[in-house]
Design a protein around this ligand. Structure first.
Ligand code: SF4
Length: 491
């Protein structure tokens, strides 16, 4: 039994960037901390993998602990010798690559291999993953009949019990990966050589840092790139950013006067260099004229379970579970606050929309920040719960997007650093109001926090998460109130 140098994931890291493979293998502790969002993605992958095993029930697990690869390989051989028909997490080693296959199924004397992905389509990287798997397994002790990728069918609509045969698509990729076998063999020897080198730290940053995945050694490799640099120029093509960088143009001050930036990008650079705020008063006035008191400042939070938890829901559908609503009757009058946060014990949508419609029933503008998000969620509810459709349309007709003055650069401060996201606009306008002290600081974490409540039984933990969610969503609408007041004050 030889020791393995590569695995499927380290192979993919290696073809993305040799340095990434080297650091992953020898400087694992230099890796960036895994964010809560990424942890949630990993957990989702594991949960979907376990659920997909039910497509082929009655199998035996070969890998109890992926770190104990020898034990897993031995157990796999034993299960194969014992004529086990379905094996989960089967481990194989060939040419220094360790592969753990999600599901293998024996049909006659041959085997069908299944790789499970929690995505809704098959990417090129998944094909490489399957090709590596085929390379190792077809050179091991078993004969392969077919290799397929199991992925989530985003057209599935849950109705009653979860139907896993409709939830998953199974697609053979055998014809696509056999032509890749020569490439896999060549890359395997190249990557093994990379791992035998003493040092590989001289590789510069480049577009490979983002493609196909954001690399996990950013803090190490990008430590000399300043906090605000050419990489922060809004909507600038990544190749153009690297063209600047590779020519020694790193800070915005370094950009030559003759450049092919568009008007907004040039404005961002000039505003930074001169430290000047841009205010287009006429446009701001016109925008503010579209807003009529009373004003509702509204914000939603949603979560997107990969596997639909409720009837009439699709995989990865954004399910609204919370809103915050600040309400002001007229200019200068006292702010009222209304909010809703669902209990994590069923489908939140019915109660969410019933309460929201009640809280917004009077006339007046409904202000949101980035209206496509809120309007899309409202339209989805109208489609899934047609009894609310008429009233929802009425609310949509009153929505105005507070993001417009910032997106269209009617109002721009250098501290916005090219962004019009509320998380950048707020501290630029009202530095004392920050998300930093909150238990939840952004929407992705709010989503995974709420989803975790469905599986949480510790009452103290539940209370803490719910308080964090309430504070976070309230902060979003409070921020909108402050931003709106700031615009008014300009006049
Ligand atoms: S950050 Fe970029 S250069 Fe550094 S290891 Fe990752 S991909 Fe390679």
């Amino acid at each position: 039994m030889g020791k393995h140098l590569l695995s499927k994931s380290s192979f993919i890291k290696g073809i993305q960037c040799e340095k990434q493979l080297f650091l992953y293998k020898y400087h694992y502790d230099w890796m960036d901390k895994v964010s809560e969002n990424l942890q949630a993605v990993f957990k989702r992958g594991t949960d979907v993998g376990v659920l997909a095993q039910e497509l082929f029930p009655g199998g035996k697990i070969a890998t109890d602990d992926p770190k104990k690869s020898d034990a897993a390989i031995n157990k796999t051989s034993k299960l194969i010798d014992e004529n086990t028909e379905v094996i989960y997490e089967a481990a194989f080693l060939f040419d220094g690559i360790l592969v753990i296959s999600d599901i293998i199924v024996k049909i006659g004397n041959k085997w069908k291999i299944y790789e499970v992905k929690s995505s809704t389509s098959i990417s090129d990287t998944y094909l490489i993953d399957a090709a590596v798997q085929y390379y190792v397994l077809s050179n091991s002790s078993i004969e392969i009949e077919d290799i397929s990728i199991i992925y989530i069918n985003n057209q599935y609509v849950r109705s009653g019990e979860l139907d896993i045969h409709s939830l998953f698509n199974i697609e053979s990729v055998m014809n696509l990966i056999i032509p890749k076998q020569e490439f896999i063999e060549k890359e395997t020897s190249r990557l093994k050589e990379v791992l035998l080198r003493k040092n590989i730290l001289g590789i510069p940053i480049g577009t490979q840092c983002f493609d196909p995945y954001a690399c996990s050694f950013f803090s190490h490799c990008w430590e000399n790139v300043p906090d605000y640099s050419v990489f922060d120029i809004a909507n600038l093509n990544i190749k153009k950013k690297f063209e600047f960088y590779n020519n020694g143009i790193v800070n915005l001050e370094d950009i030559p006067e003759a450049n092919d930036l568009n008007d907004n990008q040039r404005m961002q650079v000039e505003s930074h260099i001169s430290n000047k705020t841009i205010i287009k008063m006429k446009e701001i006035k016109q925008f503010l004229n579209t807003i009529k008191y009373p004003i509702y400042f509204m914000d939603f939070e949603t979560f997107m379970p990969a596997v639909p938890l409720f009837n009439n829901a699709r995989p990865y559908q954004q399910i609204p579970f919370q809103y915050s609503l600040h309400f002001q009757k007229k200019s200068g009058s006292r702010l009222e606050h209304h909010e809703f946060l669902a209990e994590a014990n069923g489908d939140p949508r019915d109660e969410f929309i019933t309460k929201l419609l009640k809280d917004t029933k009077d006339i007046g503008t409904i202000l949101v920040y980035n209206k496509s998000f809120e309007i899309s969620r409202l339209k989805e509810i109208a489609k899934d719960f047609p009894e609310f459709a008429y009233e929802i349309e009425e609310r949509i007709s009153r929505i105005v997007d507070l993001m417009i003055p910032f997106q269209k650069r009617y109002y721009y401060k250098p501290a916005m650093k090219g962004s019009y996201s509320i998380k950048k606009v707020l501290p630029a306008l009202i530095p004392e109001l920050k998300y930093d002290d909150l238990g939840i600081k952004e929407g992705g974490t709010a989503s995974s926090a709420f989803e975790s409540l469905y599986y949480e039984s510790d009452l103290f933990k539940i209370e803490e998460i719910r308080n964090n969610l309430l504070n976070y969503c309230k902060m979003d609408t409070q921020a909108m109130v402050e931003i709106f007041n700031d615009l008014i004050n300009l006049l």
